[in-house]
Design a protein. Sequence first.
Length: 487
Amino acid sequence: MIQFMSTPLLFTTAEDNTYCYDNSTRIVFPVGDTERQFLQQVDAGSCYDENDFIQHGLSALLEQIRHYRLFQSVFTPPVITEQYMEEKIQSEGISHLCLIVTDACNFRCKYCIYSDHYYYSKSFANRHMSFDTAKASIDYFMNVNRKAVEYNPNIDITIGFYGGETLLNWRLIRQVVEYTEQAYSLLFPNLVYSITTNAYLLSEENIDYMLEHRFSISVSLDGHPQNHDRNRVTIDNKPTFAKVFNNLQLLERIYQEKVAAQKPAIPYGILITYDNLADFEEMEAFFASQPNIDQRVQRVSRVSDMNTSYYGDEQQLEPFLQRRGEYIHQLITRSKNKTFEDTATQFSKTVLKSIIFEPMMNLPYNPNELRGTCLPGLHKLAVDSEGRFHMCEKINPHYPIGDIHHGLDISMQAKCMNEFFAALKHCADCNLSNVCNLCYVIAETDGKGFRLESDYCERFREGIVSSFSTYYSIMESNPHLFQDLRE
Ligand code: SF4
Ligand code: SF4
């Protein structure tokens, strides 16, 4: 007797080939007509006699189910205890310390999470982190990791700087690097720093310093001038593209000089944020005309649509969304050509990855019992300018999990996680739980537990089925595309 513990997910490619995704193993396999007709009437919990498979010409499917143990597991939300958290911290340490070095910014980007559009996040303020707060955060972070190294000598840790605009507190950033190198370079000689900046205050001096001190630099640039300046403006509403672009050229020049001098500089990356009005075709034309900048494109992400009034009247957007749809359609067609990987812009490859590949490549969280979340305060510890600990730099301030004076509050960490899982009532029956990348930030409220928007799962399902179908359609024509990513 074969019992199906989860419902098979069937999808069809543009070429009319059908595949089945199994949520227990994350295996996707092609199915013929007979198998499709059988699998589409299977529900979680149903049982079938093995002889029925044989009599209905489904012996190969039976063999696959037995061999790979397909459809055999269900998702049970974990219960996180304080002891579990404590053991994890002791054995794994904290991977990433994110210092929110300022709440101030010289820009007023229209979609910024500090803007009035976001219901729960904090607002801009003239608060800079002090060196005492940064030092106490680093000491706490390093002491936890000093113990964890005894369990695992290969632990890699990073320190990140986040804002507001980080370079407004450049003096502190230098102090942090100097203190960390002086106090902890023996313990963690390979420590890497990361920084996100709007690039307005980049200079020869700070670029040189960062590239010399193992900084991974991420710069925000929203494509061509018209699109960038539509949203990314200074505090007095002036365009910023020209200065940002000049500073990017400076960064590229200094980076190339380091490479030529065989210095171990980390390549910088460009982060692009888009909203519904952004025209991808024009963006692609811009990046195609700037190959030096294009090769640094690292991430293309949409302005968040959670807990925000940012997105306005959907009807007026129709022509823009239609144009975007046409661009994506053409991009998919182009990607089926074997020359795509060598000839396309980095911009278009990154768009393709973000809409097709990444949603269904939730690899780091195997077996994904935490969905897309990290363990708060373990995978990442964010410290605000006043020394309060948060699970992430992106979550609103209503979920603190300790501070520099008392350390991590293990009971709050466990409480947050359990409240989060309590909000996920439907996951046990969901045949996408093993690719779901839901995280706290998507379900945040004003600190009173977590809540999912009513249509979140439905939209996720539509998106993932579309991604699966497009991905396998591309793979049928161009199976080696993005080999690295798939591996
Ligand atoms: S540069 Fe960053 S922090 Fe400043 S307004 Fe823009 S998105 Fe917000
Ligand atoms: S899609 Fe929704 S129900 Fe399915 S696993 Fe994700 S959060 Fe849970």
